[in-house]
Design a binder for this molecule. Sequence first.
Ligand code: NAP
Length: 284
Amino acid sequence: MVAEILDGKQIASSIENEIIEETKELIEKYGVTPGLAVILVGSDPGSQVYVNIKKKTSSRLSFHFEDYLFPDTAKEEEIIELIQRLNKDDKIHGILVQLPLPKHLDENRILSAISPEKDVDGLHPLNMGKLLLKQEGFIPNTPAGILEMLKRSNIEVRGKDVVIVNRSKIVGRPLMALLINNDATVTVCHTKTKDIKLHMSRADILVAAVGIPNFVTADMVKEGAIVIDVGINRVEGKLCGDVDFENVRKKASYITPVPGGVGPLTAIMLMRNVLLAAKLSLKK
Ligand code: NAP
């Protein structure tokens, strides 16, 4: 078997076209332009690249975009003050704090300052709780992107055994809830899991978000499994995921590449959340 490649770029591009159409309609009918504010603290080069991608994507979609840059030495209070101002700003529908934050800042306190209606990253405790309770709210972008990719590729998650190797708040925890809400059976693995290989080799759908190149090898993958590679690693200047792509591809039924898999979906789901926030603002 040679796995079919799930082309994240192509799927993201069709979602982008849908957003462009819906944005046009929102502007023409209601005079509302979706607005995103991004807050970047510090000078991490990776984070700067991500903020620039968000700026460019916003421009392609005709969104209003504002970015706020703070030095590494920024104080928690000044960031929270800005968030409180943006919470009241009608031009801004989504607020995103680029992670990771410098160590001296309390990430939970800062994320909790964002109004849940503008929490387009879905990391506010209220939105996370709603996801767990299967209530409507903003869903974190990477889990939402993974589910969207599976749905648009006609891959059913209902009844499937899904194994996620990650328990972070941006990937594993929300993905676990989202998949349970969609009737999958979910196992979450991490560094303290006993015999992780046993779990992984039983998965119908295996999601790796570990941050270690070649963490997933062919012997850990069930014949015909669907393999979702979330990891982003740089090896000798080249991007790669967590999966030994060439060998796992020979065993899996579907596989996501890195780059061009989950990444583009994550980026576009943020924009879909901004559009959703703008639409919901009409109902207030
Ligand atoms: P993180 O917070 O460091 O989480 C890594 C997870 O992997 C943790 O749950 C950790 O377990 C687990 N882990 C690490 N080494 C392991 C091992 N040897 N065995 C079993 N589990 C292990 O990172 P993150 O922010 O969630 O991101 C994870 C990866 O996904 C990174 O490569 C990141 O760049 C990438 N990412 C990609 C996208 C995208 O759009 N493609 C989006 C987000 C993240 P413990 O909890 O026990 O430490």
